[in-house]
Design a protein around this ligand. Structure first.
Ligand code: SAH
Length: 224
């Protein structure tokens, strides 16, 4: 898979892909993440990327020309399965959306800033708009990193234990059960006996029950 991200703040997207699981995924060649500095596509001599909103009002708007130039130059090199725009008014990002995106070959993600991008970008270039939650961030970079992380860890070979992503919260419509590791007792706080029993089938049943009761208590909406 290849993910291209268009941003006015490329530095914000350096560290999320430079460590741990995502770093290894890139090194293993399972995913290529390429960050594009929108400023390189500025069309006027002052390298402006934003301007005042028509009709007035507070806040700047990202101009269409640099974005169009950048998207078109990338499209000349490959076909994108989706061109995503990160936006609080987009479709809510959930595990099923991540699963769906993980099956794509080339994704292009546009990060907005200020008041957002000129609406014509959304109308004519964007194929899908995604929100990571009902709150407003100052830019789309952190949202793009969230989406990319959730997608990349689903790619075959990225997680060392292949089944691990399948047992995470939301994959089967349930929250994950509690997990424990050594020591078996810390200041009198014990790990549930069943997990030390070595009885695989009982452990599996216990985990399933824990998942169910946890979901019922914390996220009953998932059970509807
Ligand atoms: N005026 C816009 C908010 C702009 S916030 C509105 O009220 O809808 C600036 C940029 O941050 C957006 O263009 C978007 O790319 C990003 N952003 C902010 N909140 C986001 C969210 N919840 N999900 C995804 N992207 C978000």
């Amino acid at each position: 898979m290849r993910i291209d991200i268009i941003t006015i703040l490329p530095r914000l997207l350096e560290s999320p892909f430079a460590d741990s699981i995502l770093k290894r995924a890139r090194e293993k060649g399972l995913v290529e993440v390429v960050i594009h500095d929108l400023r390189k596509y500025a069309t006027d001599k002052h390298q402006r990327l934003d301007d005042y909103a028509y009709g007035g009002g507070a806040g700047m708007v990202m101009m269409i020309e640099p974005i169009a130039r950048c998207i078109r130059s990338l499209q000349e090199q490959r076909t994108y399965d989706e061109i995503l725009y990160m936006s609080p008014d987009g479709e809510r990002f959930t595990q099923p959306v991540a699963n769906e995106l993980a099956l794509k070959k080339n994704l292009l993600i546009l990060c907005g800033h200020y008041k957002g991008v000129d609406e014509r970008v959304r109308e004519h270039f964007i194929t899908r708009e995604i929100s990571i939650g009902d709150y407003v961030l100052s830019g789309g970079e952190l949202a793009a990193a969230v989406v990319s992380d959730a997608v990349i860890r689903l790619l075959p070979g990225v997680l060392s234990d292949e089944t691990s992503a399948l047992t995470d919260s939301f994959q089967d419509g349930l929250l994950a059960p509690p997990v424990y590791t050594r020591p078996a007792e810390f200041e009198g706080w014990k790990v549930p006996d069943i997990l030390l029993s070595g009885h695989e089938k009982n452990i599996e049943e216990w985990r399933f029950e824990q998942s169910q009761s946890r979901t019922k208590k914390r996220r009953p909406d998932l059970l509807l």
